[in-house]
Structure formats: C-alpha cells, structure tokens
Write a protein that binds this ligand. Structure first.
Ligand code: RFL
Ligand code: PHB
Length: 392
C-alpha cells in the first residue's frame, strides 16, 4: 500500500504541471500514466501559448527552455481567399504577446524537472480505478505488470484527457455533458522546413488551412479534411499542393515544402462536462473539456485549470482553507466556457461546412470584412485569442 496527498491520473501536460506546482508547495503527489513516457513525448499537439500560460511556466521555474527555443509573436493572421490578411494583434489590443512553443517540448521539460526533483511518476499504470471519492479517504487501484497496487490519498486529480477514466468515475446523474461534433477534421503535418514565419489561419472555398511553426527549421501545417479521410491517400505532394491552394498566392509561394516527419488526423469537437468536482475528485484539462483547435485554447485551458487547482490544494494543506476548492469548478468553468465560445465561433467562421449555402457564405464573408474594417471588432477577437486573465 502506498500513500500520497494527491493522486494524479494522467501524465500529460496537465498532470505533470500539477505535480510540479504541488511540489513547490511541499505537497506530495504520485502521477499514474497509462502509457510509457516515450509514448507521451511522441505525441504532437499544441503549438500556441497564451501569455498567461507563458508567465505561469516562467514563474514556476519551467520557462527557461521555452524562452530559449520558443518564438514570441504579436498574434496571428487571418487570410480569406485572395483578400489582404489582417493581424489578430494581441500585443496592441490586449497588451499581451503570444508564444509559439510545442506541447511536446513543454511536456518533455516538465518531465525533466519533475524527475530532477525526485517526482514519482508511474508509467504503464493500467486499469486505473478510483474508489471512495465522496469519503475523506479516497484511493486508487491500478495494475503495474502482474501486480495490482493500491494508492491511498487525500485527493484525486483527474488529468487523464478525453479518453481517461476519471470523468467516467462520476455518476451519470451528477455529470452534465454539453457537446458539439463538427463534420470535418484537421490533417496535420510536421516538416523540417523553414516556416512562413507567422501563425496564419486561412479560409478558402476549398476549406480551412493553418500555417504554424515550432522553430526556425520546423513547420506545422494543417488542412481541413473530411471525416472519412485516410492518411494513406495524402502523400506529401498532394498535401503541399492542397495547402498552397488554400492560402493567398503571396503566402502560398512562401511555403517551403519538404518531406513530412509526421502526419496525423484530428477530429474536431466541442465538449464540456460539469461540474469539475465530485467529492474529492477534481477534473482538469481535456478530461473535462475539449475545444476544436482553431482557437489554440486546449492546452492553455489545461494550464489555467491546473493553476486554479494547485492554488486551491495549497490553501487546503497550508491552513485548512477550502474556499478555493469549493469555488474551483465554477471558477475554472467560467474560463472554459469563454474559450469554448471563442473556439466554436472561430471554427464556424473559418471552415467550410458541407451544408453552407450561398447565404451562409456571404454572412461569413461580411463578418470577415467587418473584422478587417473595425478596430473594435479586431480588439474583441484579440482579447479572446490572447486569453482571459486568471481570476483572483
Ligand atoms: P492529454 O494531453 O490528453 O493527457 C492525458 C494523459 O492521460 C493519460 N491517460 C491515462 N492515464 C492513466 N489512466 C488512464 N485511464 C488514462 N487515460 C489517459 C494519457 O495517456 C495522457 O498522457 O490531456 P491534458 O494533459 O489535459 O492536456 C490537454 C492538451 O493535450 C490539449 O488540450 C491540446 O493539445 C489541445 N491543442 C491545442 N491547445 C492549445 O492550447 N494550443 C494549440 O495550439 C493547440 N493545438 C491541440 C492543438 C490539439 C490537437 N489535437 C491533436 C487534438 C492541435 C491539435 C491538432
Ligand atoms: C499548432 O501550431 O499546432 C497550432 C497552432 C494554432 C492552432 C492550433 C494548432 O490554432
């Protein structure tokens, strides 16, 4: 039998960051991760950090690599067919810059720091089950090899992503689900080629496209694709041709092509489970909510959930003050819903839906024109893209 103060389910960015922040408050935790560390660090996902996430990582002593390797920028561009693109100018309108830095690198760095500090991370923890969540003495069981282990704890943090076990440990009648599926996905590639330099979202009648980056010789690109798309049908040449067609000519010409080193398809979904607390279980990150990646919000939300949760647990263990724990779900959900709304809106604006008719297309074009003309409209977008501040 083992014991810890906080059992953390899931060793993705949310789980490892929570473990690190708790350690800084002298709170003990054990992370149970279903996969191997090598597998977790192979996943390629987010690329854009809000300033609030950047600052949190810096303040937590986990920002050095990000500041060395990341690319700070003033926002992102939106292009529409061959019209002039405009900048979502987060620096001017929200007073906050953004940072391009890969989730893979952030997670790798958090694992390094956690291991340096003697953090306990159990890889390949299978069949994780949560027990007695509404008592003051919850526990977690899991299989490691042929052995079933029991972990006793004061709290359980469900950081095990959308397909994890934590959310499903909450009785159905307690949990309220809000959901939207989209009739398309993103086909993404990574290539060791110089990026166009900025994050550029493009709407085109053939579908959405996105140009992004990881470093001066690592580019990330996505195109909207049908849900029945097979990667095998998209050799690199076909991908590059399609990508270039969806950007205005002058941007398309700047795209440097080369062999892909990764290619994957992600479905798009909006999803929120409420509340984020059940007894002594607290959900954080993708375990509780998913946004379509268009607004670059998923990882940033995981980070803000973890910020609120570590503050709440720190107050509990320091002086028995449970006010933040009691407000955790409401506080985190306010930020979640703001990002849900923004990501849903930007996804609708920039993608082509199978049932978009001529009216819908004109309405979207008019909205783009309004953003182009009105600095108030651009300010509203910039404020949300930059990310709302954390609540006190
Ligand atoms: P994760 O990363 O899914 O980690 C959960 C971990 O839990 C483990 N697990 C279990 N462990 C034990 N027992 C079980 N039963 C378990 N079940 C699962 C898993 O193996 C995994 O290691 O969730 P977390 O930590 O909440 O982090 C969330 C982010 O990964 C996600 O929101 C972002 O990647 C979303 N996202 C983006 N977010 C941004 O903020 N900016 C972006 O630019 C951005 N771009 C993206 C994205 C997501 C994408 N995809 C592939 C969905 C671009 C894409 C294409
Ligand atoms: C990425 O770089 O992977 C990326 C950038 C912006 C998004 C989504 C993903 O909105």
């Amino acid at each position: 039998m083992r014991r810890t103060q906080v059992a953390i389910i899931g060793g993705g960015p949310a789980g490892i960051l929570l473990s690190h922040l708790l350690h800084r408050h002298d709170i003990d935790s054990i992370v149970l991760e279903r996969q191997t560390k090598a597998y977790v660090l192979k996943r390629i996902r987010a690329g854009v950090l809000e300033y609030g996430s950047v600052k949190l990582l810096r303040d937590a002593g986990a920002g050095e690599r990000m500041d060395r390797e990341g690319h700070a920028h003033d926002g992102a561009w939106i292009a529409w067919q061959d019209r002039a693109p405009f900048l979502i100018d987060t620096k001017t309108y929200a007073g906050r810059p953004m940072m391009s830095h890969g989730q893979t690198a952030i997670t790798e760095e958090l694992y390094r720091i956690r291991e340096r500090d003697g953090g306990r991370i159990v890889e390949e923890a299978e069949n994780v089950r949560l027990h007695n969540l509404t008592s003051s003495a919850p526990s977690v069981t899991y299989d490691k090899g042929a052995v079933t282990e029991t972990l006793e704890c004061d709290f359980v943090a469900g950081c095990d992503g959308f397909h994890g076990v934590s959310r499903h440990s909450i009785p159905k009648e307690t949990l309220k689900i809000f959901e939207r599926a989209y009739p398309f996905g993103w086909l993404g590639i990574m290539s060791e080629t110089p990026p166009v330099g900025d994050v550029i979202y493009a709407r085109h009648e053939r579908g959405f496209a996105l140009a992004s980056l990881r470093n001066p010789n690592l580019s990330r690109y996505y195109i909207q694709c049908g849900l029945d798309t097979e990667i095998a049908d998209w050799p690199d040449d076909r991908f590059w041709d399609e990508l270039k067609r969806r950007f205005p000519d002058d941007i398309g010409r700047k795209i440097v092509t080369g062999p892909s080193i990764e290619k994957s398809i992600a479905p798009l979904r909006s999803f929120v489970a409420e509340p984020l607390r059940y007894g002594r279980l607290f959900l954080a990150g993708d375990a509780a909510h998913i946004v379509p990646p268009t607004g670059a919000k998923g990882l940033n939300l995981a980070i803000s959930d973890v910020f609120y949760l570590q503050r709440a647990l720190a107050a509990h263990f320091a002086n028995g003050d449970d006010r933040y724990l009691e407000r955790y779900s409401d506080m985190a959900l306010r930020r979640v819903w703001a990002a849900e709304r923004f990501s849903w809106w930007l996804t609708k604006l920039l993608h082509v839906f199978p049932d978009d008719d001529a009216f819908e297309t004109r309405i979207k074009l008019s909205e783009f024109d309004h953003l182009h003309r009105s600095k108030h409209a651009r300010a509203m977008v910039a404020e949300q893209y930059a990310g709302l501040p954390f609540e006190d």
